[in-house]
Design a protein around this ligand. Structure first.
Ligand SMILES: Cc1ncc(C[n+]2csc(CCOP(=O)(O)OP(=O)(O)O)c2C)c(N)n1
Length: 327
């Protein structure tokens, strides 16, 4: 992606989330969201290095990844609002939005779970190579936070990815906290050291700069596509907003005002914006405002699911529980 496209992605994610927070406050999005504000350079830079058919798995803080991989912001907003017109008919919501047609194998509410899914998906695509040369060099990216790095499932994924040279890229977004727990209090050793223990090369990068993230990601993608195996990228970043919007009401006071100001001083929007001429920037900003106005309008005017359909799409066979059985 060029500088303007990267700026567009960062700006789209930022404004999407600001509009989504408004919908949480007005009650249109029920239950709240985990804002990605401040971390947009990572989704933009990593996805900027990917092809449409490459795969991503995401986290509970997943809007940025899903949008950067190309999901329709209008249907995504409807998904957050739980409407039938949403990406997943309103059944996934903020933490389980997915679009398989774009290789988006889902945001995920289970911390660390995306690693095994990404490794398995990349392994499966490679196994299909003989059958379909077109998709044989697909790579998968797994985004996760510093809170996931001691989850057993992620370490198991590292092991098999290293052993079988699976074309998967592990992207750790180290924003310094797992909810309110500082990384120093929860992580023994280092994050890069975990990958290195499994023979996976690891790099630490400035996660506030979309172009830095994209450059490192491109190298990891080339390596994975050409059979070189997995890599880990640790992106140093800062979450500007709350862990979850509930924190807007319940002030938890785990970060000082000084720390917040220092963290927010390196804003990916400013860093990337400074690389784009101001007239182009204004044009992009205006386009995004228009798109998001449509997204909000579409979300709030779309119908909510009918409770009578609650069991639809649960079983591949279309199996429905019959009235009178097991109740
Ligand atoms: C397996 C599992 N354990 C605990 C939780 C509860 N939980 C939700 S988010 C979170 C913190 C995750 O921190 P991190 O991975 O650093 O991501 P961040 O929230 O900073 O983006 C926890 C513990 C969960 N969702 N899944």
């Amino acid at each position: 992606m060029d500088s303007a496209e990267l700026y567009r992605t960062v700006r789209l994610i930022r404004r999407f989330e600001e509009r989504a927070i408004e919908l949480v406050r007005s009650g249109e999005i029920v239950g709240g969201i985990h804002p990605y504000i401040g971390q947009e350079a990572i989704a933009a830079g990593v996805c900027g290095a990917l092809r449409r058919d490459d795969i991503i798995t995401s986290t509970h803080r997943g809007h940025g990844h899903v949008l950067a991989k190309g999901a329709d912001p209008v249907r995504m907003m409807a998904e957050l609002a739980g409407r039938v017109t949403g990406l997943n008919k309103g059944r996934g919501g903020s933490m389980h939005a997915a679009d398989f047609s774009l290789g988006i194998f889902g945001a995920n509410g289970i911390v660390g779970a995306g690693g095994a899914i990404a490794a398995g998906a990349a392994w499966a695509r490679r196994a299909q190579r003989t059958a379909d040369a077109e998709t044989g060099d697909v790579v998968a990216v797994n985004f996760f936070g510093d809170g996931a790095v001691s989850q057993g499932v992620l370490l198991e994924a590292f092991n098999l990815a290293g052993l079988w040279k699976i074309p998967v890229i592990f992207v750790c977004e180290n924003n310094g906290y797992a909810t309110t727990m500082p990384v120093e209090a929860g992580v023994a050793g280092s994050i890069t050291g975990r990958a290195e223990a499994f023979g996976i090369p690891a790099t630490t990068v400035d996660g506030q700069d979309p172009e830095c993230v994209q450059a490192v990601s491109e190298a990891a993608v080339i390596r994975a596509r050409s059979g070189g195996g997995p890599s880990l990228i640790e992106c140093m970043t800062y979450r500007f907003d709350a862990h979850h919007t509930f924190e807007h009401k319940a002030r938890l006071n785990y970060r000082s005002e000084d720390e917040l100001a220092a963290g927010r001083s390196r804003d990916p929007l400013d860093i990337q914006g400074a690389r784009v001429p101001s007239d182009a920037r204004s044009r992009i900003d205006a386009e995004i405002e228009e798109l998001l106005a449509e997204a909000v309008r579409f979300a709030v005017t779309s119908p909510k699911p009918d409770p009578a359909d609650a069991l639809d799409h649960l079983y591949a066979t279309g199996l429905r529980v019959r009235t009178g059985v097991n109740n």
